[in-house]
Design a protein around this ligand. Structure first.
Ligand code: ADP
Ligand code: MG
Length: 314
């Protein structure tokens, strides 16, 4: 029988919020991934880029303010491409090292990934995806006044800039990712939700001013490589209803219908837990036997073995 396939989506907490933190965090983040490889799963890793893409764009904006002729505006799509490069570089090397340390000689390969979005997606009129660092209310107001950026409060953790987060339609490099994974490579792909692009009438792909939610892109990727599991690793062990309230209740096993009921009640914050639950529901319903899991990075293995996490399956 062919190996079971897993798409593992790494959340922001697996990457830290600056280069030094990233090197430390990724060293730990690759361990549960190596466990899955060691257990014989075919693994494709995806990752977020919210904090990183925000920092890159801030840095690039400073540069182009200083000298707009020499350094014209850096589009958000280019900033996501940059984030795929430097996050992928770290994850590739740390995972390679961890596997070799365990005597596993397996290639690790990062695929620069573009993801098609629709220019008429209503998300372009309604930004929801938090990027960049957490700010105080005062810092956010000062930045909002300075630039044409929108800020919102993010799950009780501070204020963050929000950008358009359109639905992923297709993954341009999907055949490459599938071929590498089926050939036995561990693949890192669709970083930061993929570089958002519009298809034009010619063969040209045009960068889109957006950041695709990595949970949605990971779900699409998981469907397209015919994965058995979609594992979304984040900063909470389980999703909850009445989150952060006195009557909070952690969720274990959910059917897509139960999950949809909680979504309708507004139990999951847009831009953070909601895209994870929606991705999990979509994956669980896409084909019989598929399971989606949301848990903490270090609980990935326990989660697959049914010991923890929020599991969504039909
Ligand atoms: P990631 O970088 O892993 O995508 P996010 O910050 O986007 O992480 O989403 C995870 C966060 O969602 C949690 O850390 C938690 O603060 C928040 N959250 C919002 N609603 C819920 C909920 N109902 N249950 C659990 N966590 C929730
Ligand atoms: Mg997120």
């Amino acid at each position: 029988m062919a190996n079971k396939k897993i798409v593992v989506a790494l959340g922001g907490n697996a990457l830290g919020s600056n280069l030094v933190e990233q090197m430390i965090s990724v060293t730990d983040a690759v361990k549960p991934i190596a466990d899955l490889v060691e257990d014989g799963y075919e693994v494709v890793v995806t990752h977020g880029n919210g904090p990183q893409v925000g920092v890159i764009q801030d840095a690039m904006t400073l540069l182009s303010r200083e000298n707009p002729e020499k350094h014209p505006h850096f589009p958000l799509s280019v900033c996501t491409a940059m984030s795929q490069g430097y996050i992928g570089y770290d994850v590739t090397n740390k995972l390679r090292e961890e596997l070799l340390d365990r005597g596993i000689n397996k290639g690790v390969s990062c695929v620069l990934t573009q993801v098609e979005v629709d220019p008429d997606d209503p998300a372009f009129q309604n930004p929801t995806k938090p990027i960049g660092p957490f700010l105080t209310k005062e810092e956010a107001e000062a930045k909002a006044a300075l630039r044409n950026h929108v800020f919102v409060e993010d799950s009780g953790r501070g204020y963050r800039r929000v950008v358009a987060s359109p639905e992923p339609i297709s993954i341009i490099e999907i055949d490459t990712i599938r071929t590498l994974a089926d050939a036995g490579y561990v693949v890192i792909g669709a970083g930061g939700g993929g570089i958002p692009v519009f298809r034009t009438e010619s063969n040209h792909l045009k960068g889109a001013p957006a950041v695709i939610d990595k949970d949605r892109a990971s779900e699409l990727l998981a469907e397209e490589i015919d994965a058995d599991f979609l594992i979304i690793l984040t900063a909470v062990e389980k999703a909850a209803i009445n989150f952060n309230k006195p009557d909070q209740q952690w969720l274990d096993d959910l059917t897509p219908d139960e999950a949809r009921k909680y979504i309708a009640e507004g139990q999951f914050a847009p831009g953070s837990m909601l895209p994870k639950i929606e991705a999990a529901v979509k994956f669980a319903e896409s084909k019989p036997g598929r399971t989606a899991l949301i848990t903490l990075l270090e609980k990935a293995k326990d989660g697959i073995n049914g010991k923890t996490g929020t599991r969504i399956h039909a």
